[in-house]
Design a protein around this ligand. Structure first.
Ligand code: ZN
Length: 142
């Protein structure tokens, strides 16, 4: 089990050190921001929705390692997915971070299972996801 914990920590550390899809997306047609004042995290998600599919996604933000690593991982998980698939992934992720129980199929999302032991950090872990879902629910901005 400790090997698995190490692996999961490695995923979070890696995303924190080398965030994926970080920056502004000039061709974005949906943008939303969120913040988590109790921890000082913020996150803005830019995405380009092509029909029902998330063609491109980027994020910007600052804050704790959990919030930034989670936003980075989120972009890699929902890029190329449909809105419904992104919502289903967010529900699965929320389940993981609130219960600590990961599905049988191990995915990088399970790296955040340990967050459930620290309820205050659940908002850190879901910040980027909330911003992405808010962006998906917006009318087109361009
Ligand atoms: Zn935080």
């Amino acid at each position: 089990m400790s090997d698995l914990t190490d692996l999961y920590q490695a995923v979070i550390l890696d995303h924190n050190k080398r965030p994926r899809n970080r920056g502004k997306l000039p061709v974005a047609n949906r943008v939303a921001s969120g913040d988590n004042p109790t921890c000082g995290d913020n996150c803005t998600v830019y995405l380009r929705l092509d029909g029902d599919r998330i063609a491109e996604i980027c994020f910007e933000g600052a804050g704790c390692a959990i919030s930034q690593a989670s936003a980075s991982l989120m972009t890699t998980q929902i890029k190329g997915r449909t809105v419904a698939e992104a919502e289903a992934l967010f529900n699965a992720f929320k389940e993981i971070v609130t219960t600590g129980k990961a599905p049988d199929e191990i995915s990088d999302l399970a790296a955040f299972a340990g967050v459930h032991a620290f309820p205050a950090r659940i908002k850190c872990a879901t910040l980027g996801w909330h911003a992405a879902l808010d962006a998906l629910r917006q009318p087109p901005s361009s």
